[in-house]
Structures are given as C-alpha cells and as structure tokens.
Design a protein around this ligand. Structure first.
Ligand SMILES: Nc1ncnc2c1ncn2[C@@H]1O[C@H](COP(=O)(O)OP(=O)(O)OP(=O)(O)O)[C@@H](O)[C@H]1O
Length: 234
C-alpha cells in the first residue's frame, strides 16, 4: 500500500535572478512500512522534499497524499494536527531541550498521543534507560540522538522523517543510531524516510530515491539492504 503519493510537486525559493527551483516536478510513491533514502548532493532538494512530504513546508504546485488524504489542501491547523498524529522527526542536531532531563525530553513526545508507547519500553529499546535523569549536555552525541529517536517514537507515529540523522556523529555512534533505526522500523512496522548525501548509508534503504538539482533522477528498489555494520562509512 502507498502511504505517501507525491504528484508533480514543485517548490521555488526566491525571485527573479536569485530564484532556485528546489523541487522540480517530483512524482513518487512511498510504501507503508518501507525504509526509504532520499539521496543526493548538497543543494539537490533532499531537505525540501522531506519538509513538504512531512507537512513542515508547503509545495508551490502539485499534490501530496498521505494514504488517501490530500494534505496539500489542508489548512494550517489541519497540518499541525496531521504532523502531531502521524509523523515523527529526527534532525542532525538532535534539538533536545537543554534544561529538561532525558525523561522529560522524551515525555514531550508522549503528550502528543494518548495511545503512546511506554517510557520504559522505548528507553530499553534504545539502551538509554540508565540515562533518564541526566541532562542533554551530560550525554554523547550518539546518546542524544537516541533520546531524540525515543522522543519521536514514543507517540507511535506512522512515519518517521530523519534529516541527516547521523550527520554529526562519528562512525561508531552513527552506525549504532542507524542500527537502532533499522531495528525499530522492523519491530514497529514503521515507515522511515531518511535524507542522506552518503551513498553507503543509502544502501541500508530498500527504496533509494536519487535527487539532483531539484529533480528526481533515479529510483532503486534495493532487494538486499545492508545492515549498519555492513556499510562503508568513509
Ligand atoms: N528557505 C530557503 N530560502 C531560499 N533558498 C532555499 C531555502 N531552503 C533551501 N533553499 C535552496 O533550495 C535548494 C535545495 O535545498 P535543500 O536544503 O533542500 O537541499 P539539500 O539537498 O537538503 O542540501 P544539503 O544536503 O546541503 O542540506 C538549495 O539551492 C538551497 O539553497
């Protein structure tokens, strides 16, 4: 089943000579429970595509469907509700709240959905249960990102969007975070869409979407996704 359908979507920033076609007539489908990579060089439109399909930004033209719902027709309030109910986000810089403990940071996600996961379950899954009383500055980058994953997943989103989630991490921490994402995707039947400029990381995905200069230039259905341990980092 297609969870996301993108029909002829474009987005332009700026005006006249400074105009940038960040997305140029993109059409694609994302299947439910899939692990999808948006791959391309810097400036190719990966983050813009992630932001428009997740309802963080609006496209200028075209349509985006979430299941059968045309989210491009949503008013702002409906978009906020859509994001709360169905989507989780992880960013390169973690975005934890510095003066809240790990547990409090994760609980922010919990309040967004009455039917949430148990705090102990998700912290055990991510091996951060022993860090619940600490503050973000007392954690390594990899630990902070695992807290951000717990915060995003505790409300049981249908789809998790990751923008260069391992971009600030070294190989060991980065692979550990990717390995958790792959495990959680399988365990909870999540759909994950992740942005990367890293060809090695993209090989963990089953569906690889390649972008260049705002255009979709190739799509690969990867029958043998690699594990985090198998990918080459350099
Ligand atoms: N808010 C904005 N205002 C103006 N131009 C923008 C804005 N956001 C993105 N762009 C431009 O749109 C194009 C696509 O940007 P985008 O961030 O989507 O690319 P990306 O592939 O994610 O790049 P990176 O890997 O460097 O993050 C770039 O040329 C960028 O400069």
């Amino acid at each position: 089943m297609d969870l996301i359908t993108v029909n002829d979507v474009s987005k332009t920033y700026g005006e006249k000579e400074s105009q940038v076609h960040a997305l140029n007539r993109i059409t694609l489908q994302i299947k439910k429970n899939d692990f999808v990579a948006l791959l391309g060089p810097s400036g190719s439109g990966k983050s813009t595509l992630l932001n428009v399909i997740s309802g963080l930004e609006r496209a200028d033209a075209g349509e985006i469907y979430f299941a059968k719902e045309n989210i491009t027709r949503y008013k702002d309030k409906q978009l906020v509700q859509f994001r709360r109910q169905y989507t989780g986000y992880i960013f390169q810089q973690y975005h934890l709240i510095p003066n809240l403990t790990v547990q409090e940071n994760i609980e922010i996600g919990k309040y967004l959905n009455a039917d949430s996961l148990d705090l102990d379950e998700i912290t055990k899954e991510l091996n951060i249960q022993h860090l619940k009383k600490r503050f973000p500055y007392e954690l390594s980058g990899g630990q902070q990102q695992r807290v951000a994953i717990a915060r995003a997943l505790i409300k049981k989103p249908e789809i998790l969007f990751c923008d260069e989630a391992t971009g600030a991490l070294d190989e060991e921490n980065g692979k550990q975070v990717l390995s958790y994402l792959q495990h959680l995707q399988r365990k909870y039947g999540l759909t994950i869409v992740f942005v990367t400029h890293h060809v090695g990381i993209a090989k963990m995905a089953r569906h690889i979407i390649k972008l260049n200069s705002g255009r979709l230039v190739d799509q690969i259905m990867n029958d043998q996704p690699l594990t985090a341990e198998e990918i080459s980092w350099g």
